[in-house]
Ligand binder design. Sequence first.
Ligand SMILES: O=C(O)C(=O)C[C@]1(C(=O)O)C=C[C@@H](O)C=C1
Length: 308
Amino acid sequence: MPSIAYFGPQGTFSEQAARAHAGDEDALVPMRTVPLALAAVRAGEADIACVPVENSVEGAVSATMDALAVDEPLVAVAEVVLPVRFSVLVRPGLAAEEVRTVASHPHALAQVQGWLGEHLPAASPTAATSTAAAAVGVLEGEWDAAVTAPVAASHYALSVLATDVADVDGAMTRFLLLRRPGELPAPTGSDRTSIVVVAAAERTGVLAEMLTELALRGINLTRIESRPHQGQLGRYRFYLDLDGHVVEQRVGDALAALHRRCQELRFLGSYPKAEPSLAGAAVLTGNTDHDYAAAGEWLAAVRGGSTP
Ligand SMILES: O=C(O)C(=O)C[C@]1(C(=O)O)C=C[C@@H](O)C=C1
């Protein structure tokens, strides 16, 4: 029975994302932090980890990015995108005017700060490890209110003070499902490839060189983020998401070129995009697998002594 370690405890958005991916037989195992969910897969204690990677309002989830760049490599095999609207849960019997502390994951607090200022102006926001951990903290008397995923209300004996809370309409969080390296998911024609690279900081134009390798092959870059490398100023890891699958010629060729140019290159997976609405730009003429095959045949012929 495959097991999915998710960023928990029960009732997080990450659990919802894991359920969206899981089959009936899969066992879901809550882990306290993102690094612990990934560590469970690295140690073989779980088959898949489900963790948040980016939110359309607050951006990258740095705990996930940092943990994916170190230790044994893991590769994404799927992504899930969830709409994000929150509920506010309080200890039963507590009125809004009595709420003095409100806890949640920092990403969640940032997405409802306008609402909190308007509806709970006397409450101080406090960071919890996750939205559901905040609900547990309210149950245990640590905080008065928690900003949670709507499903948390069915897991914890708390009162619902508000639902459908979000400062930005249409906010979404993207989650990755990661496992130990193995067989890659088959290409679907609407795939994403994720990598993390470290380039020599002292080499002028190195980032432009890397992006040129992609642009010349007609590869659409959908995301680029940087994070400090091992706590050093001036040295960064770049996280790149691109349209396409590593088995496609142009993508494989570009990754091989980046491997030549970069000090470190880690493959984080080629996996189907969550929604057709996230489909990327069309592959331009000259960059299709057919074009690569034809060019390869021509080159082989020239090297073989004929000039077709
Ligand atoms: O705490 C949770 O429920 C999570 O799954 C984490 C997380 C995040 O990291 O962005 C997921 C979705 C929301 O944007 C808020 C929190």
